[in-house]
Design a binder for this molecule. Structure first.
Ligand SMILES: [Zn+2]
Length: 328
């Protein structure tokens, strides 16, 4: 179970905003907490609800020991309603039931809180119902909507909420979240380095294009040694066929960058930092064919190639120059 303090460490900006609103007694009627899966939306919603009902808060923090706090934590508070999709969506009937509940006064106090998880999964009818509800705010009611993607919600709903943007996961936390989503530990390690966001990383995992891209990268780096005279031909015929536009080529360069970084990690015996865990054997074979200085120069060259792509230099030209420089 997260604590208020650990939430402040994970999400300092949002938690500071929440603390300020509590201290100034300027709580909103509706919040929209948005951010990647794993960024702590549910935990923050739970703690916010706890603080609203808490009988003896310590400043901005709920005490977590009074009956109200404990009932919120165990999911048994009569005035807290927590909605989730039923099946694939949140249906109109669920919002109607919620509204019916809210026509009565709070059972314990006059306060009521509702949380809607995956609020972007509301059907159009459900969203319109909720909108009406949000348009007639009662002073004692607080809505907390959660979503991975705020843009999937109606603008009219977003505009009635105070937006709280959660920051993306740290690389370590992202890796853990990916493993949690069923991605293999080796791939999770690579994706946290290549794709900074969970959705993006999950998409790469499903993408055969990316699997092929990784194979091509390994082919190219081994060719630089064994058949360096063929590598330019390989780049023209196979590499450029696969990395068709600037964005794709950037992914290819990013893979190369991590390959050469890994070679340095092997040299300095820092196995914990390796990203291409599937290719440890090949990395070990290649690592000592380079001096540290050569590897550093190659890393600079790759970074420079990415910059040239951004400056609109032709992708084929960028890649050919890079290949020649990596051969040296
Ligand atoms: Zn309490």
């Amino acid at each position: 179970m997260k604590t208020w303090t650990s939430l402040k460490e994970d999400q300092p900006v949002v938690m500071k905003m929440i603390e300020r609103m509590i201290k100034d007694d300027r709580m909103a009627h509706a919040y929209l907490l948005h951010g990647d899966p794993g960024t702590g939306k549910q935990a923050i919603a739970l703690h916010l609800a706890m603080r609203i009902f808490c009988k003896s808060p310590h400043g901005a923090e709920p005490c977590k020991t009074c009956t109200d706090c404990r009932r919120v934590e165990s999911g048994n508070h009569p005035d807290l309603h927590w909605l989730k999709p039923e099946g694939a969506s949140i249906k109109k009937e669920q919002i109607q039931d919620l509204q019916r509940e809210f026509t009565y006064q709070g059972l314990e106090s006059n306060k009521k809180v509702y949380v809607i998880e995956n609020s972007d999964k509301m059907t159009t009818n459900a969203a319109n119902r909720l909108l009406k509800f949000l348009e007639e705010p009662s002073r004692e009611t607080t809505a907390i909507l959660l979503t991975d993607n705020q843009y999937r919600l109606l603008d009219t709903i977003r505009s009635r909420c105070q937006l709280l943007a959660l920051r993306p996961l740290s690389p370590k936390a992202l890796e853990a979240a990916l493993i949690n989503e069923g991605i293999s530990p080796h791939n999770a390690r690579l994706f946290q380095a290549i794709a900074p966001q969970l959705e993006q990383a999950k998409a790469l995992d499903q993408d055969t294009w990316f699997a092929d891209a990784r194979k091509l990268m390994v082919q190219l780096v081994s060719m630089l040694h064994s058949r360096s005279n063929e590598s330019l031909f390989f780049v023209e015929k196979q590499w450029m066929e696969h990395f068709k536009d600037r964005e794709q080529l950037k992914i290819g360069l990013n893979l190369l960058l991590h390959w050469f970084k890994d070679l340095i990690y092997i040299q300095i015996e820092d196995n914990a930092s390796l990203v291409m865990l599937d290719y440890k054997e090949q990395l070990e074979q290649q690592a000592f064919r380079y001096t540290k200085q050569q590897l550093t120069t190659i890393l600079e060259t790759i970074t420079h190639a990415v910059r040239k792509l951004d400056q609109n230099v032709h992708p084929t030209l960028v890649m050919e120059q890079l290949t020649l420089q990596m051969q040296r």
